[in-house]
Write a protein that binds this ligand. Structure first.
Ligand SMILES: NC(=O)c1ccc[n+]([C@@H]2O[C@H](COP(=O)([O-])OP(=O)(O)OC[C@H]3O[C@@H](n4cnc5c(N)ncnc54)[C@H](O)[C@@H]3O)[C@@H](O)[C@H]2O)c1
Length: 253
């Protein structure tokens, strides 16, 4: 692999790395040479994933973080920086994806989505962004939203899509404010991926265009991870505020 596509000697911090798409992202970044820190509210799951990656010959560690708790985010980011150094790449992947119909929507569900899917990435970006700026080496931030934002949606996603729209807005704002420090911020839009989170999502039946059969079939976590990897590499240094949809061809279905 050309050096500019490698992450050797660089630290990657992946939220939600204990499950689903986050596992794929953590493994693909590690295969590209990164030391990967799995950050998750599921402490034992994060530890198990880090140990599995170490057993596979990679460099990995775990940190417990609850994105819903500002103090937890601040402490976890400080711990990562103290133990492993300033991350080169932050992947804001963790999220919740339960459904609730718009006309039956509750404030609790709305706030849960905003808190974990939008405020959590904001706090992570603030904490790691400060360290990246102080470190002076530039960096990469990749936000995982959803192809629901461009039409691959089902019923019951009002709160979810609003939170992912906020995340897409965060990409734009942080790309602008961090560009002068050589830090890029980009968005990956995952299509449907069979994960514990998507298969276990609660709520009304997932009816809507997101149910359409896509020309290329169902995505795997590693398909999403490959787009994350591109944004994370030194090769992508002039690419910021951009979006890649990994949607198995939904737009031509
Ligand atoms: N799976 C899909 O079809 C799909 C499609 C589009 C977008 N996405 C997005 O991709 C991301 C990953 O989804 P997934 O399907 O792998 O989900 P998942 O539920 O399988 O994994 C999510 C991980 O995030 C962690 N997490 C949840 N709340 C947290 C919190 N408060 N603090 C820290 N960690 C927390 C969970 O413990 C879990 O390990 C999410 O942002 C999701 O919205 C998924």
């Amino acid at each position: 692999m050309a050096q500019r596509f490698k992450l050797t000697g660089r630290v990657a911090l992946v939220t939600g790395g204990a499950s689903g798409i986050g596992v794929g992202i953590a493994e693909v970044l590690a295969e590209a040479g990164a030391m990967v820190v799995i950050a998750d509210v599921d402490a034992s799951g994060a530890q198990a994933q880090a140990e599995a990656m170490i057993a596979a010959g990679h460099d990995a560690a775990a940190v417990t973080v609850d994105l819903a708790d500002e103090a937890s985010v601040v402490a976890a980011c400080a711990e990562v920086i103290a133990k492993h150094g300033v991350p080169w790449v932050l992947v804001n992947n963790a999220g919740v994806q339960h459904r609730e119909l718009l006309l039956e929507g509750s404030v609790a569900h709305w706030e849960l989505n905003q808190t974990i899917n939008a405020r959590g990435p904001f706090l992570m970006t603030r904490e790691i962004g400060k360290a990246m700026v102080a470190g002076g080496q530039g960096g990469r931030i990749v936000n995982c939203a959803t192809t629901g934002l461009i039409g691959q949606a089902v019923h019951g996603l009002a709160a979810y899509l609003a939170s992912k729209g906020a995340l897409a807005g965060l990409t734009r704002a942080s790309a602008m404010e961090l560009a002068e420090y050589g830090i890029t911020v980009n968005t990956v839009l995952p299509g449907g991926v069979g994960t514990p989170g998507s298969m276990g999502a609660k709520g009304p039946p997932p009816e809507g265009p997101g149910r359409r059969i896509t020309p290329l079939g169902f995505c795997e976590p590693r398909d999403i991870a490959s787009a994350v990897l591109y944004f994370a590499t030194p090769a992508a240094r002039y690419v910021t505020n951009q979006t890649i949809a990994v949607d198995a061809g939904f737009s031509i279905s």
